[in-house]
Design a protein around this ligand. Sequence first.
Ligand code: IPE
Ligand code: IPE
Ligand code: MG
Length: 253
Amino acid sequence: MTVEPLPLQKLPPDLDCNRLPKHVAVIMDGNGRWANSKGRPRIMGHQKGVDTLKNLLYCCRDWGVSALTAYAFSTENWGRPSEEVAFLMTLFERVLRRELQEMMSENVRIRFVGNLGKLPNSLQSEIAKAMEDTENNSGIQFTVATNYGGREEIVQACKAIAHKVQLNDISITDINEDLFEQHLYTQGLQNPDLLIRTSGEMRISNFLLWQMAYAEIYVTETLWPDFNRDEFHQALSNYQKRDRRFGKVNDSK
Ligand code: IPE
Ligand code: IPE
Ligand code: MG
């Protein structure tokens, strides 16, 4: 990766530091189209997309966003050509190995969510090491959704809860939203306030179905490899104009 951690950059003055999203989730879409538009193979887009993600992570850290979650590989992405899937798995592993030391020195807490047991063993080992090494860091919480599907996550939570009922560890009346959340991959992580999707698609593609119930959604036409600090600034300005009612009536209106 070519991106060096930039020196701390201040929050743009037009943004209100008290009204920032605490947790930003991002669907990093458009890598293939970005590469194709330059006459290059799709994998070049994925490679460039890693730099974009790293820049966004440091930007969140600099501007005071405390959690960033990125959708790296969906349960449906296995249906892509096998060479592309293999490239992505190797890329994840390579990037993790190369970046871990820097993430440690930058105090980043890394977590992976998804059905991780289905990933290649060598990638699983890198993931386990990254999560273990960074678990006591106190900086930004960086979550990477890999082999993640919202429906799969909900089904595995149902199974885990049903199993506890079967063992008489809990009773059916103990099941509520809090208990359910404790069985999701994202257990302990606050729900996202803002979802950003690049490349113009108006869908959530099986990402964080439960957690996104009240997220503000921002879609930009920009393709993921071109998403930069200015684009993020625009997304945050747009977010700060939203009226988050959570189903209630705003008294001042
Ligand atoms: C997102 O970019 C990256 C992954 C899904 C891994 P795409 O690969 O979906 O790029 P487009 O949408 O085909 O342009
Ligand atoms: C969503 O992008 C998954 C990731 C970004 C990892 P896709 O490109 O897979 O989504 P669809 O196919 O456009 O819905
Ligand atoms: Mg796509």
